[in-house]
Write a protein that binds this ligand. Structure first.
Ligand code: ARG
Length: 378
């Protein structure tokens, strides 16, 4: 049943298309009355089974899909997303090369620019290309269990699948960059080394404790989600990697702190000389705060854009107000919006939200998770 989601009937495509074209014209009055465009889309659909968005429709659709991302706290700037239109590209090589160029442009020397690159859509006779990697930048995870893994346990299966397909492996540090796995429209999945000049990384140091710098902790500057499908008006763009900038807690609380990720709280506590014999010393809480201070401090020192959860919470509430003034309801998923540390100290905690999914949207297609984790990498 889930699989069918991806295959819309001709009527469904037309209904979705018409709804999107009306939204586009409503929100872009300079584009005039939608009547003519609706007729053209209807005819194109009848003739070819699909239709092509104008560059303006594509850009607006990608931005509105961000606006509709109920799990994202960072939506205040949805309308300034930079859209790279690469719909003509379908081959693995071309897509990998443009993903790397995306990283360079989005990184922008540290002044991160929210950016999306849109590749060819699914067509009736030809599937669009797919990026199997969950993000453009991922660290390898070596080992068969999270507790013995060197690197990021989240990427163990992808790392294993890459090894099976001939990737020689990295130097074996906790932060080895994984190649990008891309499947072109008429191809099998293939991997491409990410050029070092496309990846900016930040060494993590602590503002008060010098010895943190010898530890070798680091994280990459740009979070670029690459395995979600962009759906606009009945058209599916399976390869459409996008990035914003990080909020510190994503790295300091989740990536470095979660027990099934880098699991660093016990190590931080030991370095800080905390009493770990009882949960009631709140050593985990104290370690979390210092790890998060270190992340924010390090990104600031390196001149790399990063948000803190207090600022981002306030921005999110401004976003809601602004949208409501424009007559639009903002959907949100409380469990994702509230930051993983100090929830109740952030204004987003103290209210409820409607979690209704609007379109356009970024969606996880069924099976994409399995494939991203490395199964099906034939
Ligand atoms: N949480 C993910 C990570 O830590 C990134 C998700 C997108 N985040 C963002 N700030 N745009 O890598």
């Amino acid at each position: 049943m889930e699989i069918l989601q991806r295959l819309l009937t001709a009527t469904q495509v037309w209904e979705e298309a018409a709804r999107f074209i009306r939204l586009f014209h409503r929100e872009n009055p300079q584009a005039g009355d939608p009547g003519e465009r609706l007729a053209a889309v209807r005819e194109e659909l009848a003739e070819t089974g699909t239709y092509r968005h104008t560059a303006e429709e594509l850009a607006h659709g990608a931005r509105v899909a961000w606006r509709n991302s109920n799990r994202c706290i960072g939506r205040l700037y949805w309308n300034s997303l930079r859209v790279r239109d690469r719909r003509e590209l379908t081959s693995g090589e071309d897509i990998a090369a443009e993903c790397f160029e995306h990283l360079r442009e989005a990184t922008n020397g540290g002044r991160i620019r929210p950016t999306i690159t849109v590749f060819a859509p699914d067509a009736p006779d030809r599937p669009g290309p797919v990026v199997w990697s969950e993000q453009l930048i991922r660290y390898a995870g070596y080992g068969d269990h999270p507790s013995v893994t060197v690197g990021d346990p989240r990427n163990r299966e992808l790392t294993g699948a890459l090894r099976e397909r001939g990737w020689p492996g990295g130097p074996g540090t906790p932060f080895d960059l994984l190649p990008l796995v891309v499947q072109g429209s008429d191809d099998k999945p293939r991997w491409f080394d990410v050029p070092p000049d496309a990846v900016l990384e930040v060494p993590i140091e602590h503002p008060d404790h010098d010895h943190w710098s010898d530890w070798g902790l680091r994280w990459h500057a740009v979070p670029a989600i690459s395995n979600m499908c962009l759906e606009i008006g009945g058209i599916h763009y399976p390869a459409a990697p996008f990035n914003g900038w990080y909020m510190g807690t994503e790295i300091g609380a989740r990536n470095l702190g979660d027990t099934d990720r880098y699991n660093l709280l016990p190590v931080v506590a030991r370095r800080m000389g905390l009493d770990t014999s009882s949960d009631r010393s709140l050593w985990k809480d104290r370690a979390l705060v210092e790890l998060n201070r270190a992340v924010l401090h390090s990104f600031d020192r390196a001149g790399v854009t990063i948000a803190d959860h207090h600022t981002e919470s306030r921005r999110f509430l401004s976003h809601m107000e602004r949208e409501e003034r424009r007559g639009r309801q903002v959907g949100a998923d409380w469990s994702w919006i509230v930051p993983p540390i100090s929830g109740s100290a952030c204004p987003v905690f103290h209210r409820t939200y409607q979690d209704r999914q609007e379109s356009p949207a970024y969606v996880h297609h069924p099976g994409a998770g399995d494939r991203a984790r490395g199964r099906n990498l034939v």
